[in-house]
Design a protein around this ligand. Structure first.
Ligand code: ATP
Length: 590
């Protein structure tokens, strides 16, 4: 097939903004495409060579592309750069340059014409060549194409090779076109889409459809190693509306604020994919080994959220703390040790050879519970099944206190299958709509401590901190403090607190947490935090702002200042924290 046919279709597509017209042009193209290269045509139309998850991308640097253009056209690099500035796009600049070079055009028409196969082959070699000498090789491969190309073809070749084709065709439009081109009935579109949702590879689907018809597409099954499009959540403005929409009873899960990970565990190893189906395996070797250890079955596909944790306090951390792992190949081990991630699984899509997506939520959850051994690195999403609004609200507050964004409600009826690629009301998210940022420092009293783990073995992992309630004359807990210490300070903690150690919780301390060590409230430390949240765990100002809740400080950090000048009764009071909470409420921007 001639590449000209593709280039002409692109031109027509670029000339319209109407989806239906685009679809018609695509249908026309697909119908005249020979079956054995229909996958290639589908990929090229998306500006790609493979499905995204394969991870082989075109994206030749502009500098190299300009070199190739210079060599192919004989136009000086300076001039090419000028044209690039004028047109703002190298593809358009090249088209123009070639148009002006009559002899070039004549030459290309007289010689061999470019085929789709040739273009794809050279693109593939460009994408795959690595190492020394690869730059020259890539330029040569591109020059070869440009030498044979007409101005129009050159435009699209250059755009594609730079990874900037951007025809504005959504995958769904290509699915429409495929269904029309090979269509037998209207029903087909749904079947094609379902196949795409569980095997998001347009080239593969196109070929299957062209070769085997709709029966072939119907037979597409979930496969380990091929990512499935993620199911998404709808949203509603209140927990009350969510409960009603769910029919009065639902499962409510923590909405972890990390990175969505789909883990495929099989005989040929474990692979991880992102929400956008990129392969993440090499960035999270710790998650790979964690899921391998936790999963007790033969093969399986899991959906979950990876969240960094503070090893000392067990607090969930903002995802930014590990986002710099992305795209890194080296030094990952050190990052893993410093900030490990925990994988919170919330779904299972495949288990021991069986498609689980068609089973209701509760059955999938039970399978997770049965086949996943809970380890420090793999947990199941924290959840309740409830019809009681008070209980749900309390659970929501707890989720926020624990560092989550809110809750995801999940339908528990028979209809609650895993709808790959869909955003429907089977899942409804509810995020908090305000947040209380902490502007001031606080002076808190140490009332207890937790044993350290890992690098902090032998000393304390975190201190239990409290504010003072002058009316009740007692100390009410508000956070676990594990950050901001120097190594020396950490090592010195047990000795320093030795003289205050007591067997049981001090009578003036109100705590619902069980600390490993208890102290006489004496030492005051200056602490900053990121936010104040409502807290079902901590006792500070319990029932004052909201019934059943206290206040907690999120991400507390020691400023380094010991407030030896303050007695524990001069510490920040619970009333002051309530004031801070009320004065600093801010709407969360979406
Ligand atoms: P959107 O999905 O709306 O485009 P988003 O990526 O910010 O935006 P949200 O809609 O806010 O995601 O929420 C859905 C996301 O929440 C999921 O993609 C998943 O990453 C995350 N999540 C965390 N915990 C859960 C859970 N228990 N169940 C389902 N999803 C969860």
């Amino acid at each position: 097939m001639l590449y000209r046919e593709i280039a002409e279709t692109y031109k027509k597509i670029e000339g319209t903004t109407k989806r239906l017209e685009m679809t018609d042009y695509l249908v026309e193209l697909l119908k005249k495409t020979p079956v054995d290269i229909i996958d290639k045509v589908a990929y090229l139309t998306q500006g790609k060579l493979y499905a995204d998850y394969v991870g082989i991308e075109l994206g030749l640097a502009e500098k190299l592309t300009i070199k190739a253009v210079t060599q192919a056209t004989g136009i000086a690099e300076k001039r090419v750069n000028e044209m690039l500035r004028k047109f703002g796009d190298l593809g358009a600049a090249v088209e123009e340059a070639l148009k002006n070079k009559k002899q070039m055009r004549l030459f290309s028409f007289e010689s061999e014409e470019l085929t789709v196969e040739k273009v794809y082959e050279n693109f593939e070699k460009i994408a795959k060549s690595e190492g020394s000498g690869s730059q020259e090789k890539k330029i040569k491969l591109l020059v070869e194409l440009l030498n044979l190309a007409t101005p129009l073809e050159a435009k699209y070749i250059v755009r594609t090779v730079e990874g900037k084709l951007r025809l504005g065709i959504a995958d769904m439009t290509i699915l429409d076109a495929l269904s029309i081109a090979f269509g037998e009935s209207k029903e087909m579109r749904k079947i094609v889409e379902r196949a795409y949702n569980i095997h998001p590879d347009l080239g593969f689907i196109a070929k299957k459809l062209a070769k085997e018809g709709i029966e072939g597409v119907k037979n597409i099954k979930i496969q380990i190693g091929i990512p499935i499009r993620a199911m998404l959540a709808e949203r509603l403005p209140s927990l009350e509306e969510i409960l009603e929409k769910m029919g009065g009873k639902a499962a409510f899960e923590y909405k972890y604020d990390g990175m969505r990970i789909q883990a495929h565990v099989g005989k040929n190893g474990t692979k991880l994919y992102s929400r956008r189906l990129e392969n993440l395996t090499s960035q999270f070797p710790d998650v790979v080994s964690a899921i391998n250890e936790a999963f007790q079955g033969e093969d399986g596909i899991f959906d979950g959220e990876a969240v960094p944790v503070d090893v000392n306090t067990g607090e969930l951390l903002p995802f930014q703390m590990v986002s710099h792992r992305r795209g890194r190949k080296y030094g990952i081990e050190k990052m893993i040790e410093e900030i490990p991630v925990v994988l919170f699984l919330f779904d299972i899509l495949y288990l021991n050879g069986e498609d689980m997506t068609t089973k209701p939520y509760e059955e999938r959850r039970k399978a997770l519970e049965k086949w996943i051994k809970r380890t420090p690195r793999v947990q199941l999403a924290h959840r309740i099944v409830s019809e009681d609004m008070n209980e749900i609200k309390k659970f929501f507050n707890k989720a926020i206190e624990d560092g989550c964004e809110g809750l995801v409600a999940k339908n528990i009826g028979e209809e609650s299958i895993y709808r790959a690629g869909a955003r429907e009301f089977l899942w409804i998210k509810y995020k908090r709509d305000y947040k209380v940022e902490m502007a001031d420092t606080t002076d808190l009293v140490v009332v207890g401590a937790f044993s350290g783990k890992g690098r902090r073995k032998g000393t304390y992992g975190a201190l239990l901190m409290a504010a003072y309630n002058p009316e009740k004359d007692r100390f009410e807990t508000v956070c676990k403090l594990g950050s901001g210490f120097t190594d020396e300070q950490l090592a010195a903690l047990p000795k320093m607190f030795e003289e205050y150690k007591i067997e049981k919780k001090h009578p003036r301390v109100w705590s619902e947490l069980e600390a490993d060590y208890w102290f006489v409230p004496k030492i005051v430390m200056e602490v900053v935090g990121a936010e104040i949240t409502l807290s079902p765990t901590h006792t500070c100002a319990r029932d004052i702002v909201e019934k059943g809740s206290g206040l907690a400080i999120r991400f507390p950090r020691f400023t380094g200042r010991w407030r030896d000048d303050k007695s524990p009764e001069e510490a920040t009071t619970t009333g002051e924290l309530v004031e801070m909470y009320r004065n600093q409420i801010k709407k969360v921007k979406e």
